[in-house]
Design a protein. Structure first.
Length: 90
């Protein structure tokens, strides 16, 4: 049985803001606030998988400094990478 959406989103918001590094907290926390409600159930699954990755790896993928493993090269990661810096300051 699929997890109800509201508790799942609440858990993902929390995990996005409590990554372990301030840079990732700001990036993923703001992304979560602005975009999680718009993601499909499948995309939420992709996002959950990304949250399992280590911060240095995820940060490198987002900045384009490291090759993205195939299993993490998803529409959601592309969306995070395209998240505008100006979106972080508003």
């Amino acid at each position: 049985m699929p997890e109800p959406r509201a508790p799942r989103l609440k858990r993902l918001y929390f995990r996005s803001w409590h990554r372990g590094t301030r840079e990732m907290d700001l990036l993923l926390g703001r992304f979560a606030e602005r975009c999680l409600d718009q993601l499909s159930e499948a995309e939420l699954g992709q996002y959950e998988a990304l949250l399992e990755a280590a911060d240095p790896d995820l940060y490198g993928w987002i900045l384009g400094e490291a090759a993205i493993p195939e299993r993490f090269d998803t529409a959601v990661l592309k969306r995070i990478k395209n998240f505008k810096i100006s979106d972080l300051t508003n």
